[in-house]
Design a binder for this molecule. Structure first.
Ligand code: AHR
Length: 349
């Protein structure tokens, strides 16, 4: 009679063991013990599909597909990424400069996929045309992080997180400064120097600015043209316009480099930038702060290029199985007048 007892005990132990194993394996499929932080914060989170942590002694190889070197801001971003990963023995960085060409960025991503990197950082030169190559990265199980610029909406499943600024807010802040400066109801002719055609930074800074002045009938954009985010083209566009018309009160440039180019053109046309024509830039590079201190420029809306540390942290979090925010936003400010002069000695880029 007592012989049945060991059999029952053995069966119970087996059932307990099976349920324990089942519990463990379902945890694994969720990418470790990832908590659903999105429920706690209401922020959209990326589903973390990382299945295994890298061996402790293996370097994480990161490919970064950079746009080029069109501006002081871009150089600062490149330096931030290179310094962040270069200073860390746990990482190896593969860096590619696409010289402003999307096709070169696509080639770089394909090379990173072939090299089986652990993660890809991409600063997309334009918003559209990334679906195919990002799908290839996804199929190869390589997580992609967008740095600084976004891609066409509806493709959120093709990347882990976007790390960067709110460009629409930057455009709104530029308009806000201008309306406070001239007053509601003022008559103001504006030249807008747009960034690279198709870039999210150009599209959104234009949208934010134009939406913010839509209710102000006296504020008119009399000319809007791309200067491709470069100083040389900003100058060229401004020079050409000033030959036709000098009745403008504001230049709104989508970055500081184009604003600095416009300043040169305005001076060469015999006008005083900062006084005859108010100059608004975006980025917050040191040269813009210097121009404000000299009275040649009026305001710069900050856009943080020092994104290397955030990219590194995002990759580490992802590899550790932590759910990430879909948009990791930068904190930024607006600098004009004495505030810019006071901040100048501490500018890092
Ligand atoms: O995407 C960010 C923009 O790109 C910066 O404002 C500009 O300077 C850069 O080239």
């Amino acid at each position: 009679m007592n012989r049945k007892k060991p059999v029952i005990v053995t069966m119970l132990a087996a059932i307990m063991l099976i349920s324990l194993i089942a519990g463990c394996s379902s945890n694994k499929n969720n990418g470790g013990s990832t908590p659903d932080a999105s429920k706690a914060t209401n922020k959209p989170k990326t589903e973390n599909t990382a299945t295994e942590a890298p061996p402790a002694n293996k370097k994480l190889v990161v490919g970064f597909a950079q746009i080029g070197a069109e501006s002081g801001w871009r150089d600062a971003e490149t330096n931030s990424v290179k310094a962040t990963f270069g200073d860390d023995a746990n990482f190896e960085l593969k860096f590619s400069d696409a010289q402003q060409k999307q096709e070169n960025q696509i080639k770089a991503i394909r090379t990173f996929i072939a090299q089986k990197v652990d993660a890809i950082g991409l600063a997309p030169v334009v918003e559209s045309g990334w679906e195919t190559v990002l799908k290839e990265a996804k199929d190869a199980n390589i997580p992609v992080f967008l740095l600084d610029r976004g891609i066409t909406k509806g493709n959120e499943d093709l990347y882990v997180s976007f790390i960067g600024s709110d460009f629409i807010l930057e455009g709104q802040n530029a308009a806000k400064w201008m309306i406070e400066e001239f007053g509601a109801g003022a008559e103001v002719n504006i030249v807008q120097l747009e960034g690279t055609v198709g870039a999210s930074a150009a599209n959104d800074r234009k949208k934010g600015f134009e939406d913010a002045i839509a209710g102000e009938s006296g504020y008119k954009i009399v000319y809007s043209q791309t200067g491709d985010f470069t100083r040389a083209k900003g100058k060229e566009v401004m020079e050409a316009y000033l030959k036709k018309d000098k009745n403008i009160q504001v230049v709104y440039a989508h970055n500081d480099d184009m604003a600095l180019g416009a300043i040169q053109a305005i001076e060469e046309a015999g006008l005083k930038p900062g006084t005859d024509i108010k100059i608004i830039g975006v980025d917050g590079i040191k040269a813009a702060f210097e121009a404000i201190a000299e009275g040649k420029m009026n305001v710069t809306v900050e856009c943080n290029p020092l994104l290397g540390p955030q990219l590194k942290q995002a990759i580490l979090d992802y590899k550790a199985g932590t759910a990430l925010d879909k948009w990791i936003k930068s904190d930024e400010d607006v600098y004009a007048g004495q505030k810019a002069i006071d901040a100048l000695p501490n500018r890092q880029y």
